[in-house]
Design a protein around this ligand. Structure first.
Ligand SMILES: [Zn+2]
Length: 305
């Protein structure tokens, strides 16, 4: 099995059957052992300390908030229900109730390297769902109010009864190879010397392969033939699914679209090996929590052809 990838592999059972039972759901919300993960402005609560972990709370932490937040069921583990709860109604970032001495709300992207894989995956699911609920209080069909159902699995319009489900936005992220070289690009405002796999959203009516070829041609002017899927990563900023693939270039000349990217270049395996090891003087690649790192490493190590 491949190396684990950040934000994937949650240990929770999402309970997609039992959560349809309102009585079961209410019992889970009231059970004393039930755990609530508070998020403030989409930042999960983490325990303080050298290694960070999710700081699970009890209902008392948010019960008196106005308006009262609606918990979103993430799933169960060993029979214990785990919910996410949006406490953004709190005016301040401090968690309150004495918790500020032991925990703080932190940006998930900035802290992912400090928390373990299971916590990162749970926090990713929580962040994406809480964000989606915050932005879908009204029906896209009629403008009416929506309400959360099945513990936040989806929302239903109170006027026209339309169902609204959390979306996942597919992104093609492509390592383009030609013989012994690999094409990477850099976006505007990126850290100095950083290059990564080219990426873009899959658009309406496109296959993953279509999107990969189009993105690479639009951004770098390189024609790609065969596209092979490699692996994927949920990316909760806010709701993407990164679909990593390897494209075989049919042309070599680079023509950059400056509106999309700042630069694109061909790199050798040796250049990328040094960058992955952090010993390159003039090239930085994304860190291990990003799928691009795994795609680049896979190609350097000969696993992706
Ligand atoms: Zn409606």
């Amino acid at each position: 099995m491949e190396d684990p990838i950040a934000y994937a592999g949650s240990p929770l059972d999402r309970e997609n059957l039992r959560r349809r039972d309102r009585a079961w759901l209410e019992a889970q919300e009231r059970a004393p052992e039930t755990r609530y993960l508070p998020l403030w402005q989409l930042m999960p609560l983490l325990k303080l300390g050298e290694t960070r972990e999710l700081a699970w709370a009890r209902r008392e932490l948010f019960e008196d908030l106005d308006p009262a937040p609606e918990p979103v069921l993430l799933g169960t583990r060993d029979g214990v229900a785990h919910f996410a709860v949006d406490v953004s109604a709190e005016p301040k970032r401090e968690p309150g109730l004495g918790v500020e001495d032991v925990a703080s709300f932190e940006d998930l992207r900035a802290t992912v390297a400090q928390i373990d894989a299971a916590d990162a995956a749970i926090a990713a699911q929580a962040r994406t769902l809480v964000d989606w609920h915050r932005r879908h209080g009204h029906c896209a069909a009629c403008g009416g109010h929506t309400r959360s159902v099945q513990g936040g699995a989806h929302r239903v319009c109170t006027d026209c009864q339309s169902d609204h489900f959390p979306r996942t936005d597919p992104v093609a992220i492509v390592v383009v190879v030609r013989g012994e070289r690999c094409l990477l690009g850099r976006g505007p405002g990126w850290p100095a010397s950083m290059y990564s796999a080219l990426a873009g959203f899959v658009e309406a009516g496109e296959s993953l392969e279509d999107a990969a070829r189009r993105e690479v041609f639009e951004e770098a002017g390189v024609r790609v033939g065969e596209v092979r899927y490699a692996r994927s990563q949920p990316w909760p900023f806010p709701s993407s699914l990164m679909l990593g693939c390897v494209g075989t270039a049919e042309t070599e000349a680079i023509e950059i679209d400056r509106a999309e990217i700042d630069d694109a270049k061909w790199f050798t395996r040796d250049e990328l090996r040094d960058a992955l090891a952090g010993v390159s003087a003039d090239l930085v690649v994304p860190p291990p929590f990003a799928i691009a790192h795994h795609l680049i490493r896979g190609w350097v190590e000969g696993e992706l052809g």
